[in-house]
Design a protein around this ligand. Structure first.
Ligand code: SF4
Length: 409
């Protein structure tokens, strides 16, 4: 069956059935699970999450397990390389529900080749009991939302946790053998100084983390943070200080042996997040849970967002999906360039030009002109037939990618 855009509301099972032709998932495939509950809504957050009152966790987990089983069956129990459970706050799920979910995953999928299994954790919700259950279920990496080690900045973000619990969470994970701990940090918080940002980086390194995701605070539409700024409660950090913080991040982490492998992600060699690399390299991944996005062989889709809809509207246990994007040479090329350029490894020049040639006559020449111009400007460099952002190019990564996209779309 050939899939066509504009076919109306559908479900993930129908989309998968339409891809057809041999094993659906290519080797190295991943699985993303979305847990939508949080115990409080942080003011900067525009992810799909709802404040948990613990009364819907059981119903949600039951539904998630049914969806996981349906996806595994439709894809012939594939061998997964990575699993990532994000949210929301996955560590908020009750321990007994985690046990059920982990057992269902082990039964539904072939996990014999699993190299990475990550669970996102809020430091406030990490317990020894939870860590022991996660480790026993194969979790070998936690991603801890530290954001800042300064209580006043967490307050500005309306982020509810005690900074001391970040270190406790790291210790609890290590104690049960979860060897890899990543941390998320935010910079460019209103009122934050360079000295404080430096202290945050050093605190994370001091805890022995070998993977850090460092994001500049962004003001997304419809967040409380943006509304508060518009009301004049605080003002956005000046652009030059934010840029200095970005540069300081690179030099500090590089000196500590953590290299940038994506615009906002730094790791010791070999400790990069393999699941996220698979996203950026356009590999295949399945997704379960409300608002979770999947990609299989150039086809993308997203599960229905609202929890109520997710719980009540499904077809043969598959979630209803929105935003289905069917395989298309031009769209696939622009996605490969957009995500690939964000990686330190960059994009393969010959492959990009061949894909451009196949997509549209004359496009390869235009791409080559853009690449030459960006090299003259010092934004990209050519290394081993790959186009890669320079340190300067990383400062303007979006603008460089847009220059390419303008001739692709
Ligand atoms: S814990 Fe994470 S997902 Fe939940 S509201 Fe805060 S930032 Fe958003």
């Amino acid at each position: 069956m050939q899939l066509r855009a504009g076919a109306g509301p559908t479900d993930a099972g129908t989309v998968l059935a339409g891809i057809g032709g041999g094993p659906l998932l290519r080797p190295g495939a991943g699985l993303y699970l979305h847990v939508p509950f949080c115990f409080h809504k942080c003011h900067y957050c525009d992810f799909y999450s709802i404040v948990d009152t613990r009364d819907r966790q059981g119903e949600f987990t039951k539904r998630l397990i049914a969806e996981v089983r349906a996806l595994a069956k439709a894809t012939q129990r594939p061998r997964l390389a990575t699993i990532f459970v994000g949210g929301g706050t996955p560590s908020l799920l009750a321990v007994g529900l985690w046990q059920e979910l982990l057992a269902a995953l082990a039964e539904a999928f072939d996990l014999s080749g699993l190299v990475e299994f990550t669970v996102e954790c809020n430091p406030e919700t990490v317990s020894a009991e939870l860590m022991a259950v996660l480790a026993a279920g194969g979790v070998n990496r936690v991603s801890i939302g530290a954001q800042s080690f300064h209580a006043q900045h967490l307050k500005t973000l309306e982020r509810w946790h005690d900074p001391a619990n970040v270190f406790k969470a790291v210790e609890l994970a290590r104690a049960v053998g979860i060897a890899r701990q990543s941390m998320d940090l935010i910079f460019a918080i209103p009122g934050q100084t360079m000295t404080e940002w430096d202290a945050d980086l050093k605190a994370a390194l001091g805890a022995g983390t070998t993977h850090l995701s460092c994001y500049a605070l962004t003001y997304e539409p419809n967040t409380a943070m943006t509304a508060r700024m518009k009301k004049g409660e605080f003002s956005q950090m000046p652009g030059d200080l934010e840029a200095d913080m970005f540069e300081h991040t690179l030099s500090t982490l590089r000196a500590a042996g953590l290299e940038r492998y994506e615009v906002s992600n730094f790791a010791k060699k070999g400790d990069e997040c393999r699941h996220n690399l698979a996203y950026w390299r356009q590999h295949d991944w399945l997704a379960a849970g409300p608002n979770a996005s999947a990609h299989v062989r150039g086809v993308r889709w997203k599960n229905i967002q609202r929890l109520d809809d997710y719980l009540n509207k499904h077809v043969r246990d598959f979630a209803m999906v929105t935003d289905v994007e069917y395989a298309d040479a031009v769209r696939n090329l622009s996605e490969a360039v957009w995500t690939g350029l964000r990686l330190a490894e960059g994009i393969d020049a010959a492959q990009t030009l061949a894909a451009a040639d196949a997509a549209k006559g004359g496009m390869a020449e235009k791409i080559m002109r853009v690449a030459r111009r960006q090299m003259e400007l010092g934004a990209i460099v050519r290394v081993d037939d790959r186009w890669q952002l320079s340190d300067q190019g990383f400062m303007i990564a979006d603008a460089v990618a847009v220059a390419f996209l303008e001739v692709i779309e």
